[in-house]
Write a protein that binds this ligand. Structure first.
Ligand code: SF4
Length: 338
């Protein structure tokens, strides 16, 4: 057990939701080993998430040529969070003496200690246990944590400027994430989002709505905005950086989302809300906060984990606005103290 370790390198994951989930393990490590300084080697897509963790000391982006020999000299231990061959090769090339991760695709040849991925998978547990197992292999038993994201005062000032420029600084805000990078199977239908947005605008006349989007799924909120002409509906349009999106979500009082990175960010911020689940399994990747309620329609083919639905997308199509509106209306009323 490395309870006195000073410097730890963590090879971070590429998906935003996974990065948020993995923060709980880093927080657990900090609890059992307060003197350990955590550096995360991160892709540019998730670097902001790790930068916003209150327990991460430093983030090194993997883009371009990061200095492998320097990492090898500085760190005695690396935790390999991704399951890819590439991540294990990268760490092997640094020469860091101890490298821990799960076995997959001959990675055991590159890691100094590998955990049995098939055995973990058979347990059908939440994804958070995958990262915790890696952390526990190095540090012993870790406490179960809810991921946390820290939004600085300076970032909140930028957020308020952004909302002011868009005329929403005085409104109570509802955050909506209608896209999903993973694929269309995870998306609740656009027509249903339009229906629910119209209901919110009518029922809560003071509320503003912010739709979040990344570069890959910005078309979805753009199409929704085409259909609803009001200054009370703002789309981030994939144009603001992830860190600012997190801060804007921190200003929202309720979140409505597909199973996505923004869902996990909302949970890390402790936001109340609802999340639509269709092809994925909330037991495996559900939000790590009971503040976000899972809404789903049971179908025999779920969870299929497919990116595109090969049939009629019944898991989402049969979860109608009428079904979900009572939960959403009640949740927003409570959040607004109405
Ligand atoms: S196959 Fe079934 S679970 Fe998968 S996306 Fe289609 S309807 Fe949903």
């Amino acid at each position: 057990m490395k309870s006195q370790l000073q410097d730890l390198l963590v090879y971070g994951v590429n998906w935003i939701g996974d990065a948020v989930i993995s923060l709980a393990t880093l927080q657990g490590i900090r609890k059992v080993s307060p003197s350990t300084l955590i550096t995360v080697l991160s892709s540019s897509s998730t670097a902001d998430i790790y930068r916003m963790s209150p327990v991460v000391e430093r983030v090194v982006e993997r883009s371009g040529s990061f200095n492998r020999p320097e990492l090898g000299k500085r760190f005695p231990l690396a935790l390999c969070f991704p399951l890819s061959f590439r991540s294990a090769i990268d760490l092997w090339l640094t020469g860091i003496p101890e490298r821990i991760g799960f076995t997959h695709e001959f990675r055991s040849l590159l890691l100094t200690r590998s955990l049995d991925y098939r055995e973990w998978k058979m347990r059908a547990q939440h994804q958070s246990t995958y990262y915790r197992a890696i952390g526990e292999a190095a540090f012993g038993p870790l406490p179960v944590e809810r991921p946390e994201l820290f939004v600085s005062d300076e970032l909140l000032r930028r957020t308020d400027n952004y909302l002011e420029r868009n005329g929403l600084q005085k409104s109570p805000l509802i955050g909506i994430n209608p896209g999903a990078h993973y694929g269309s199977a995870k998306m609740w239908p656009e027509a249903y989002y339009i229906d629910v947005i119209n209901r919110i605008l009518c029922t809560f006349p003071d509320a503003g709505i912010v739709m979040f989007a990344g570069k890959k799924d910005r078309d979805v909120p753009a199409r929704i905005q085409e259909k609803i002409k009001t200054s009370r509906l703002l789309s981030t349009d994939g144009k603001i950086e992830l860190m600012l999106s997190v801060a804007v979500l921190s200003r929202c009082c309720f979140v409505i989302t597909n199973d996505s990175g923004m869902m996990h960010i909302g949970a890390a911020l402790g936001k109340p809300g609802v999340a639509f689940f269709g092809p994925t399994d909330p037991v495996a990747t559900g939000p790590q906060s009971s503040s976000i309620r899972i809404l789903s329609h049971p179908v025999r083919c779920a969870p299929c984990l497919l990116r595109e639905c090969p049939i009629d997308h019944r898991c989402m199509e049969r979860l109608t606005p009428e079904d979900v509106w009572p939960s959403i209306r009640r949740g927003i009323s409570e959040a607004l103290g109405a």
